[in-house]
Design a protein around this ligand. Structure first.
Ligand SMILES: Nc1nc2c(c(=O)[nH]1)N[C@H]1C(S)=C(S)[C@@H](COP(=O)(O)O)O[C@H]1N2
Ligand SMILES: [Mo]
Length: 204
């Protein structure tokens, strides 16, 4: 063994400089724990039948088994995590597939503008295509050198270090490419669609 996941990680914790002066966004407090926050229970899933799908305005819809997904080229990054309810966890080490890696494999139609993420618990969340191609947007399947724990969205979750964490779907089963904007679960219920933590874009 040579080093841990954290040693090998690309450091993205300086990403805040693009958005604000302070690493801790306004109105947030730092926690060492990694709290679990979900709208309901952690859903069950089966490693054999789990599928990750890519559809919508694409040249070729794709479906990956969990084994296939875990074999895709992956990166390990250290990034910060900001929950809209007021806690931030610094230095999370996530391993996963970059958004662009998935988009390339499906081939996007020229008129794709927007993306909807779908999850096992019925959760959805949306981002513009531009927001998805920012550094740090990963389909994460690893955390801290191991598999991503189920409570934190395993087998696969999205992470969005430049946004409040509700923009990162846990238990993500698919990504849908759209030619027009649509709103996800919390965005429809009054959470900010832009969700920039340094501007405190909490509620729409
Ligand atoms: N599928 C799904 N993803 C979700 C949620 C959810 O309820 N369901 N909650 C969101 C919210 S509000 C936050 S803060 C983070 C929490 O991630 P954590 O439980 O790993 O801390 O997941 C986000 N992704
Ligand atoms: Mo949250």
């Amino acid at each position: 063994m040579t080093g841990t996941a954290a040693d090998d990680a690309t450091d993205l914790t300086g990403l805040y400089r693009e958005y604000g002066d302070d690493r801790l966004p306004p109105g947030q407090r730092e926690t060492d724990r990694f709290p679990v926050l979900s709208k309901g229970e952690t859903p069950p899933w089966d490693a054999e039948s789990f599928a990750f799908e890519v559809w919508g305005a694409v040249d070729e819809p794709r479906s990956f088994s969990l084994a296939e997904f875990r074999d895709l080229p992956a990166v390990t990054q250290r990034q910060d995590f900001h929950c809209v309810t007021g806690w931030s966890k610094f230095d999370c080490t996530f391993t996963g597939v970059e958004f662009a890696e998935i988009a390339e494999r499906a081939g996007l139609n020229d008129d794709v503008e927007h993306v909807m993420f779908h999850a096992l618990d019925g959760y959805t969340t949306n981002l513009s295509l531009d927001e998805c191609t920012e550094p740090g947007v990963l389909f994460a399947h690893g955390y801290d050198g191991g598999d991503l724990p189920a409570d934190h969205g395993g087998p696969i979750r999205v992470v969005t270090p430049h946004k409040y964490a509700y923009k990162g779907a846990k238990w993500v089963t698919g990504v849908e490419f759209l030619t027009e904007k649509a709103l996800g679960y919390w965005e429809k219920r009054g959470y900010s669609d832009t969700a920039n933590p340094w501007n405190e874009e909490r509620y729409g």
